[in-house]
Design a binder for this molecule. Structure first.
Ligand SMILES: Cc1cc2nc3c(=O)[nH]c(=O)nc-3n(C[C@H](O)[C@H](O)[C@H](O)COP(=O)(O)O)c2cc1C
Length: 234
């Protein structure tokens, strides 16, 4: 399975989220391409707010950072996001990455390639805030139209990965195997109802209220106003 991984930090061996992601990759890659990005190393800038991407995403002033990540995500069967909890949410660098992909939200110009994809969000925290943190990433994935999303979220205490007992690590390994089996089974599956609902809602809004905005032409050209669905392969 082709995998693209976006690590929420530059940390590696000592990081819980990194170690968990590596175990998933071992279960699922089967020798296929694994493309990895670390934040903020591979997206070291904040969105400037120019909104140029809504007309033409290749004109983003940070396209040299956006493009390789965009290409890798589009060609992957599975996108893995890792994110620690920082003050009950994702770290700033994860939000900075997601902000750069606002153009592909269903409110703007979604891409049909995402509707059959799967994503996995891995998050660890010392104590609290994991649920909100996973939701920060999930929101974008839902609005990109990602077909299936899995979560792997764990509290790991203040000592993190090195402080975890062998018993806990073995329990993680077991759960990683089980979740990997589910991911394998769902390859190419239809998108969830939630994704379809967002699509229908946005289609209604595009047609009724936003028809003079640049993305309306894009929706029309894709045949989505005429009843075509981004998850139906022709
Ligand atoms: C700036 C900062 C803020 C943090 N805020 C929280 C928090 O709000 N809740 C929590 O449970 N852990 C918090 N933590 C702890 C990390 O989420 C935790 O150590 C996590 O497992 C780190 O993941 P990693 O090992 O992959 O880097 C914070 C850590 C840092 C550095």
């Amino acid at each position: 399975m082709k995998i693209t991984v976006i690590y929420g930090t530059n940390r590696t061996e000592k990081s819980s989220t990194y170690n968990i992601a590596r175990q998933f990759i071992e279960e699922l890659a089967d020798g296929d391409t694994v493309t990895e990005f670390h934040l903020p190393r591979d997206m070291p800038v904040f969105c400037t707010g120019c909104l140029t991407c809504l007309s033409d995403s290749t004109k983003c002033p940070h396209y040299k950072y956006v493009q390789p990540i965009e290409e890798a995500m589009e060609s992957a069967d599975l996108i893995i996001f890792t994110t620690p909890v920082y003050l009950l949410h994702v770290p700033g660098q994860v939000k900075a990455l997601l902000d750069h992909f606002g153009f592909q939200w269903m409110a703007h110009k979604p891409k049909d390639v995402y509707f059959h994809k799967q994503a996995l969000v891995i998050s660890t925290g010392a104590r609290i805030g994991i649920r909100q943190t996973v939701r920060d990433v999930r929101n974008s994935l839902d609005w990109w139209g990602v077909g299936r999303i899995y979560r792997f979220k764990k509290t790991v205490g203040m000592k993190g990965w090195r402080g975890l007992s062998d018993k806990r690590k073995a329990a993680f390994a077991q759960e990683i195997k089980q979740t990997s089996k589910k991911i394998r089974r769902q390859t190419g599956a239809k998108p969830r109802l939630k994704v379809k609902m967002i699509f229908y809602l946005m289609r209604f809004a595009q047609k009724k209220f936003w028809s003079d905005e640049p993305q309306a032409i894009y929706w029309k050209e894709n045949g989505w106003f005429a009843g075509k669905k981004p998850w139906k392969r022709t």
